[in-house]
Design a protein around this ligand. Structure first.
Ligand code: GUN
Length: 295
């Protein structure tokens, strides 16, 4: 069976959502308020629109309240910071995200730093990143923690294995390389972080027991870079035009799936691999924020 070794992130994310929905039912039965997630979406980027819509739908699925705040891409940085401040002060909102990327005239670091760490359910605030590095309780970034959770729930043994991460973004590559080296969910990997300046990249990736591809370059990882029997985690979600799709595009991962899948022991599909896990972990962070579990 050619697909038996697929890592089904969609199913694993569903399992997590069922667990969360049960917790929400308990909160309701105890007469407590349900968790409330807010999202700020600036502009009309197609990918961002889809991600935010899926986040709102996921809230409905598990019984959370959700609020979507939309702004045109000419919103000033000062106005956006004022909106963040209002969500910080709004006691009904347990957590919120500002969908990235933001328009070029807005400094994302400034916006992220304006979010109260207790409500930073993306785990992007330097306070949460610093606490993560230090091994203190923190809201963890959703895609990195989703990757760790996905492998744990799929029974993939990572402890002591060599994991090569490709890509050093603030959102995925850098934090996932830190998390994978920690004892969280028995991850305990030996981690190599590769990026655009890495020399002999194919040779390094070939040494990986686990490959995490997070560079945003479609089909970058080819068969010659993969050790037979490796675990392959594909974080890429580049939109490419596809006349055969109703939407007019399809999502391409950072891994050449047709070439690499036959070599890999287990591999995540795109879509249906890491993406759904990101949303499930955002919901978990929102629950933790609502229960005051972290701070
Ligand atoms: N852009 C790409 N991934 C993410 C994410 O996880 N959260 C937010 N807010 N923006 C993103």
């Amino acid at each position: 069976n050619a697909t038996a070794h697929l890592i089904d992130g969609k199913q694993t994310a569903e399992d997590i959502k069922v667990e969360i929905a049960a917790e929400v039912a308990h909160l309701l039965a105890a007469g407590q308020k349900v968790p409330h997630l807010a999202a700020i979406l600036v502009g009309h980027d197609g990918g961002s629109e889809t991600y935010v819509r899926n986040k709102v739908l996921a809230c409905e699925r598990v019984g959370y309240a959700s609020t979507l705040l939309r702004f045109d891409d000419d919103i000033t940085e000062a106005e956006l910071l004022a909106q963040v401040a209002a969500l910080n002060e709004n006691a009904d909102i347990d957590g919120f995200i500002v969908q990235l990327p933001l328009p070029k005239h807005i400094d994302p670091e400034k916006v992220i730093e304006a979010i109260r760490p207790e409500k930073d359910v993306d785990g992007f605030h330097p306070m949460n990143l610093g606490r993560m590095v230090a091994g203190l309780p923190a809201l963890l970034p959703a895609t990195p923690s989703g990757i760790v959770e996905l492998m744990a729930r799929q029974g993939i043994k990572t402890s002591g294995k060599h994991c090569v991460v490709i890509g050093r973004s603030n959102i995925v590559g850098t934090p996932v390389s830190i998390l994978l080296a920690k004892n969280l969910e028995n991850a305990n990997c030996t981690v190599t972080l590769c990026h655009s300046r890495t020399q002999n990249l194919p040779e390094i990736v070939r040494q990986a027991d686990i490959i995490v591809a997070a560079i945003g370059r479609p089909e970058f990882v080819t068969a010659d870079m993969v050790k037979p029997g490796a675990i392959v985690i594909d974080v890429g979600t580049t939109r490419v035009t596809d006349a055969n799709k109703k939407s007019g595009y399809s999502l391409k991962g950072d891994v050449n799936f047709a070439e690499v899948a036959p070599l890999a022991a287990r591999i995540t599909p795109v879509p249906g691999g890491v993406g759904p896990m990101t949303i499930a972990m955002l919901l978990l962070n929102t629950l933790r924020a609502a229960k005051g579990e972290v701070y």
